[in-house]
Design a protein around this ligand. Structure first.
Ligand code: G1P
Length: 295
């Protein structure tokens, strides 16, 4: 059966982006011309995922508004003949159905995913973190993951990316089965945010997952960590310990992940997207070059 459901957790408080995120979701911050979460939804739609569930929280209502049809704005743009602006809203017509469920308390990514259980039912599904944009050049990362899920008959497929060793403590870190290498490998274990010394590799979980519904059984039995959060990483480790197949797709050279979780990564993402803007990118590049020369 084709995978058609995607779960996008967007309930995080975004504290590392305060004050911007006090009343606005970090997923709605603009990167170039679009809010972060629109890139994520377009990525899902392009891979045939048409049923999209947002796991939301307080002060996340603008996400719902963004994907809703705004008839007043539409009439105004039609009335004033602003065709190009109408075109920029064409995502409103995408063939996706949106669902929303609330995660009442921020109890971790695993807990957010648990809120999707009724929506998912007995089907395989994708989890795409709503604050991370994946840029690709050529074949899509998620397409490779969907193929791997089918070919390897795995219970979970996870995107990973090599990160500097100094950064491993920010991520879930995986240990591939010994002797395996290449773009898709099976996992021996996974650990959430290890220290540099504990980390079994520098391959970090990169915001995209595919799961079979078995993950919910594992999550149900997983204990919360010392911060009171339910980690999906621990549930994945339980899958592996039960002898289930879990594999990773390693992001390739030209694929890039922007994690809009702090100001440095947000600024980097904004600069890259703004500099490739079809209308203003060229001018902006000149502006930045001059600014760097101190003019
Ligand atoms: C979450 C996951 C972590 C993963 C990261 C980026 O962490 O728990 O395993 O590496 O997303 O995909 P967070 O950034 O929510 O702390």
């Amino acid at each position: 059966m084709e995978i058609r459901k995607a779960v996008i957790p967007v309930a995080g408080l975004g504290t590392r982006l305060l004050p911007a995120t006090k009343s606005m979701p970090k997923e709605m911050l603009a990167v170039g011309r679009k809010p972060v979460v629109q890139y994520v939804v377009e990525e899902m739609e392009a891979c045939g995922l048409k049923d999209i569930l947002f796991v939301t929280g307080r002060s996340k209502r603008t996400i719902e508004d963004h994907f809703d049809f705004n008839s007043e704005l539409y009439s105004n743009l039609v009335g004033t003949g602003k065709r190009d602006l109408l075109e920029s809203l064409s995502f409103e017509n995408m063939e996706a159905t949106f669902f929303y469920v609330r995660q009442a308390q921020p109890k971790g990514l695993g807990h957010a995913i648990m809120q999707a259980r009724d929506f998912v039912g007995n089907e395989d599904f994708v989890v795409a973190l709503g604050d991370s944009i994946i840029c690709e050049d050529g074949k899509r990362l998620l397409e490779t993951m969907l193929e791997a899920k089918k070919e390897r008959n795995a219970e979970a497929v996870i995107a990973v990316q090599a990160v500097p060793w100094e950064e491993v403590h920010h991520y879930g870190i995986v240990k591939p089965l010994s002797g395996q290498s290449g773009a898709v490998v099976d996992l021996a274990s996974i650990i959430e945010k290890p220290s540099k010394n504990e980390a079994p590799s520098n391959l970090a979980v990169a915001a995209r997952y595919i799961f079979s519904p078995l993950i919910f059984d594992m999550l149900e039995r997983t204990l919360t960590d010392k911060r009171g959060e339910l980690q999906v990483t621990d549930a994945i480790e339980s899958l592996i310990r039960q002898g289930k197949r879990v594999c990773v797709v390693v992001m390739q050279g030209k694929q890039k992940r922007y994690d809009i979780g702090n100001y440095l990564s947000y600024y980097k993402a904004f600069i890259d997207f703004a500099m490739s803007d079809p209308d203003y990118g060229q001018d902006l590049r000149h502006y930045v070059e001059k600014a760097l020369q101190g003019e």
